[in-house]
Design a protein around this ligand. Sequence first.
Ligand code: FMN
Length: 385
Amino acid sequence: MLIRRCAVLFLEPREDLDIDWTSLFAGEGALGATMRWVALAPHLGEEVEVTLPEMAALGDIGFTLWQDRAGCEERHGADHVARLLQAGLLIGDDADDATGAAFRERDETLRSQHWRPLSAAAHMFSRWGDMRVDKGMQFPSFEELVVSYGTPPGPAIERCADGQAIMLPPPERARLDDTLFQRYTGRNFDAAAVLPTATASRLLQRAFGSQGEREMAPDAFVLKKLSPSAGGLHPTEVYVMAQRVEGVAPGLYHYHPVRHALEPLAAMDTAQTAELAMRMVADQDWFVDAPMMIVLAARVERNFWKYRNHAKAYRALLLDAGHLSQTFYLLATEAGMPAFVTAAVNEVDIERAFGLDPLKDMVVAVCGCGMASGAQDTVEMRYEP
Ligand SMILES: Cc1cc2nc3c(=O)[nH]c(=O)nc-3n(C[C@H](O)[C@H](O)[C@H](O)COP(=O)(O)O)c2cc1C
């Protein structure tokens, strides 16, 4: 049997702090610290604790060339090699071993996407699954934050002495102002309002749709959209959860930017969409009455095709989604509605619902929009002249 190490692996010395009861009762310091090594391998998506001899084996067995298992066992011990294979940190070529084959498949998927190793780890280990308010997702108010952390750093900084700054004239009003000043993050949506088809159609097409296709080289196509995108590649896919959209049955869809069409993925009743809405935004109940919610998920392969193993590629994917969400905000504002964007989302639940592979489809954010209810149950920050 041949083996090699998984493609991407980071080892973190983890410190666990605990109350040391013996010291506490002896009148000494109450905190005790335990150290352990944690392996972060993005193809697994889960942390694995490792021992020092296992770390030595992982540092010795390379991730490119396949090696004979027997030789590795001789150097590092059969038990350690077996345990690392079982944990998926070493990859074997044994076709009859189903667990090993599953690890190999995940490792191959990771390799095929051209992730930058640090970015893959950042992405895979910052996802939430089933995060809820009662499990640790907290939304402290500003007042509570100030009590805990003191006042925040000021909202603006000065980099030169008084009198040295060049004072600029006030800007003249222009056409974009009406929309810019009306935009705000909505947190009080009308739970009964239905989003008209025409409004949903314009929002989706202008925010996420293609305005033209160009062949940059033989069989290499890019889309022109109304937001910028790194390399012009537009890797961000748009998934829609329709709760109350006129002419669209409640459920999950993929928005096709060229066909300008919603591709059905799963039919749901309104109780199911309401439950999933809560889960998607980690219990932020102020968002869940939005009739249309949108998942922005980067198809990493599209960007990494050009920016392979690239230090800036992950950053570009996040920026791309930010631009799309702002365009979406402005279009919703123009249509007389507030919108929202949130990164506090349960990626794992979203991936499961929409059938996305986190090594290929990176859920970045969730947006939504809808009519305002007129209530102010949750704080909003509208522009006040
Ligand atoms: C990346 C990002 C993440 C955000 N996440 C949340 C969130 O989790 N919950 C929330 O209520 N608002 C969220 N917001 C909205 C901000 O709180 C909001 O933009 C900010 O308070 C300013 O208000 P305004 O958008 O009305 O001007 C997010 C905004 C951005 C850009």
